[in-house]
Design a protein around this ligand. Structure first.
Ligand SMILES: [Zn+2]
Length: 357
């Protein structure tokens, strides 16, 4: 995040959590966006192609890494429907308009929820959108915004399962939207574990509500592989900027031979539904193998990794951290200092991180 935005976030968060929770409508829009972008097909450099986000309770700004995301987002976000099956692709109820030279605004109909996306030049967006429209047309899909630019189409209403005013959601009652939204608003933390090779996510039904699975593969920066998820769990639970989950189940196999993946399950500390499962695989994957074989691609990924200042790394091992309560959060000016240190480190790492291997 640029330093001026980080400073503004610190100033405006006085007395509140540093990363504000989205309001109900905003959460739903953000959840839909995460659902659609969380399995990128274009191998972006940053996790999900996002350079940084700037969250507010009633809105979110997302800066994507460049024109390479035009095709991905045109496919993932623009709502279209199949008149034969009733399936809706893209974000149902979302209408997208252009703003400025490189901006898009996603607006969820019948709500005030909006997401601003920057980083894709208008020419690239229009070109890819036209291509995608042609492809979709050939596949028999119809563009919702052509049919009803300012209202929900019948297909979108039927697909979301809640016809009528403020119809916004297909996935149960939206009770786990806070989790998807919360992850999106903390996407920068995914760059703190090492060199992020790829990041994907998906959902499963679970007895606690919907379970979100976040799988990330990293190239180690530290001598001990477990340092990656130790740091991430620590940062994700920070009382100033974290999601604050209780880690109910953990399987760290970093120093054993019986598994090639570490897994952690987190439940909300508050009365909320849902569960987050973090997976850190070490197996060889095709997409990471491609990156490792290309010095240029690997170097691009290396540059987005953020080295976390030592004082924000956990002092204890995962097993110990899971047993003890997190440290009390600093209050007052110290909160701002902590965040500035993280964001400064992020900015320095992004621009010239020569310390990384
Ligand atoms: Zn581990």
């Amino acid at each position: 995040m640029p330093l001026e935005l980080a400073n503004e976030a610190v100033r405006s968060s006085e007395g509140e959590f540093l990363i504000p929770e989205a309001n109900a409508d905003q959460r739903l829009l953000e959840q839909w966006v995460v659902r659609r972008i969380c399995w990128p097909s274009n191998s972006p450099i940053h996790p999900w192609g996002i350079k940084y986000v700037y969250p507010r309770p009633d809105g979110l700004s997302i800066a994507v890494e460049g024109d390479n995301m035009a095709s991905e987002l045109a496919n993932a976000l623009v709502p279209r429907y199949d008149p034969t099956t009733g399936d809706v692709y893209g974000v149902p109820g979302c209408r997208i308009t252009e703003t400025g030279r490189d901006g898009l605004v996603l607006h969820l109909l019948d709500t005030d929820a909006t997401i601003h996306i920057t980083g894709i030049h208008r020419k690239a967006w229009r070109s890819r959108l036209a291509e995608t429209d042609k492809e979709m047309c050939r596949a028999g899909l119809r563009l919702c915004s052509h049919e009803r630019p300012h209202e929900w189409t019948a297909a979108e209403l039927a697909y979301t399962g809640h016809p009528g005013h403020r119809a916004v959601h297909r996935c149960a009652d939206g009770s786990t939207a806070w989790l998807a939204s919360g992850l999106l608003r903390r996407i920068g933390l995914l760059r703190t574990m090492g060199i992020p090779l790829y990041t994907t996510a998906w959902t499963n039904p679970a007895d606690v509500g919907e379970q979100w699975i976040l799988e990330t593969q990293y190239q180690p920066l530290a001598t001990r592989a477990s340092s990656h998820h130790e740091t991430f769990l620590h940062l994700l639970n920070n009382e100033v900027w974290g999601l604050r989950l209780d880690w109910t189940d953990s399987h760290c196999s970093c120093e054993t031979e019986y598994s090639n993946q570490c897994t952690f399950n987190g439940r909300p500390q508050l009365e909320q539904a849902g569960e987050l499962q973090l997976r850190f695989p070490r197996r060889s994957a095709e997409r990471s193998a491609r990156l490792l074989a290309s010095p240029q691609a690997y170097d691009a990924h290396r540059r987005v990794a953020v080295r976390v200042p030592a004082r924000f790394s956990p002092r204890a091992r995962v097993s110990s951290a899971l047993r003890h309560a997190p440290e009390p959060a600093p209050r007052g000016p110290a909160r701002g200092q902590a965040f500035r240190a993280i964001t400064n480190a992020a900015n320095q790492a992004t621009t010239a991180d020569r310390a990384l291997p």
